[in-house]
Design a protein around this ligand. Structure first.
Ligand code: ADP
Ligand code: ADP
Length: 217
């Protein structure tokens, strides 16, 4: 049996940061739908062009292409122990699709940590976020700065500020989250999978709470 963890929570709450840490500690693959789209944009593929037209407005990429992209990723060899899903599913249609994909191979989602923080913290985090060009490693100008300004500690690549992290787009993304993603909270709670985690704590503290939640699941 493999382990599948869905990290649920609004933009900026720390899903990517925690997924990176947990993947290292558990050996599970880290699958970030946002990173997969950014990779396609970098490679100027058709999917990248389509995704960019939604991403820069802060809207969700359509379900069909998003689901196909994750389906193509989730059964790769590096996912044999399972995966930490970061940013997927984001709609009820995506949630049904991931369940069907996993059920088809006798697997299911094991636990859904739901990370929360007040909106003003999310906005402060996203406006200070710096992302690594090569591999999507995540920093914050104040809360989690790199050792050398503008350079990723892990792979030495350039850090940049995402175009969709500007304040107007962030506000739109928070509205989209409330409208399209927050219905998943009740679905996963009803299935007994949801564990609430306070995201407005130090990074290491959130990790401790997540590890405790995984052990109980
Ligand atoms: P998400 O993937 O949910 O959008 P990220 O992991 O990219 O969130 O984090 C958003 C920003 O907040 C980044 O700049 C990150 O360094 C910072 N951050 C993440 N977790 C914390 C935390 N617990 N305390 C302070 N800053 C954090
Ligand atoms: P964040 O970590 O700040 O929540 P992501 O990197 O997860 O941001 O997502 C950035 C953008 O990529 C989203 O605003 C959306 O346009 C697109 N995207 C990422 N994941 C999905 C998804 N599961 N469904 C639809 N669009 C997505």
């Amino acid at each position: 049996m493999a382990t599948y963890i869905v990290l649920l929570g609004p933009p900026g709450v720390g899903k990517g940061t925690q997924a990176e840490i947990l993947a290292k500690q558990t050996g599970l693959a880290h699958i970030s739908s946002g990173d997969l789209f950014r990779e396609s944009i970098k490679n100027q593929t058709e999917l990248g062009k389509l995704a960019q037209s939604y991403m820069h407005k802060g809207e969700l990429v359509p379900d069909d292409v998003t689901i196909a992209m994750v389906k193509d990723r989730i059964f790769r060899p590096d996912c044999k122990l399972g995966a930490i899903l970061d940013g997927f599913p984001r709609t009820p249609v995506q949630a049904d699709a991931i369940r069907a994909m996993l059920n088809e191979v006798g697997e299911d989602i094991n636990v859904v940590p739901f990370i929360t923080a007040p909106d003003e913290i999310l906005i402060e985090r996203l406006s200070g976020r710096w992302t690594c060009r090569a591999n999507g490693h995540i920093y914050h100008s104040v809360n989690n700065p790199p050792k050398k300004e503008g350079i990723c500690d892990i792979d030495g690549s350039e850090l940049y500020q995402r175009d969709d992290d500007k304040v107007e787009t962030v506000k739109k993304r928070l509205r989209v989250y409330m409208e399209q993603t927050s219905p998943l909270i009740a679905c996963y709670r009803d299935r007994g999978l949801l564990v609430e985690i306070k995201g407005d704590q130090a990074i290491f503290k959130v990790t401790e709470d997540l590890i405790a939640a995984l052990k109980k699941s």
